[in-house]
Design a protein around this ligand. Sequence first.
Ligand SMILES: [Zn+2]
Length: 220
Amino acid sequence: MPNQLIAGYERFRSGYFRQNEAHLRALAGGQSPTVALISCCDSRVSPAILFDAAPGDLFIIRNVANLVPPYESEGRYHGTSAALEFAVKALEVADIVVLGHARCGGIRALLEGAGGGDRQSFLGRWMEIAAPALTRLAATDEAAPEARQRACEREALALSLENLLTFPWLKARVEAGRLAIHGWYYDVVEGTLHRLDPRTRALEAIAGGGAEAKNLKPEA
Ligand SMILES: [Zn+2]
């Protein structure tokens, strides 16, 4: 038995739950988060902690490498697409944030050959979603492994933003001004948060303090 989970739950029951019992019981009547967030499974990327969010605040969709697949009308199992559909059509969230991150193991696997058509591997097939990011990367001159990985993480993030707009009901809401989509990038090394400019692939600091705060720009 994972005893650290049991001990953690006991701390939650005697601490957070007791202190926030009214809010938590009210939430039992229904959720109405305004933000859907797609993040990686990576244990270092913990959205509720990163954004100091409470239960009920964020509708979080996690998968390997925070990828959004393109819209497909065929195929049988679409966990991320199903969650997106629920967030957009049922919860009617106002914002979708795709949260990329530095040192992503999924992106590293892609750079090392996953996504190259290994039909026997679930991971390989999943990372095929990001294969176009790798193709675009080949056109750049990033050669050093760390820089190349960061560039690939940015390309994959941009690709996921593009793929979001292939879902017709999502695109319609964006065009009607009822829904906004954002690509953010969390640096697990520096602890900083950036916004991706999908056109230039540049990262603009939106949080994290220090010298980077001067680059603060309003959200689009
Ligand atoms: Zn990751």
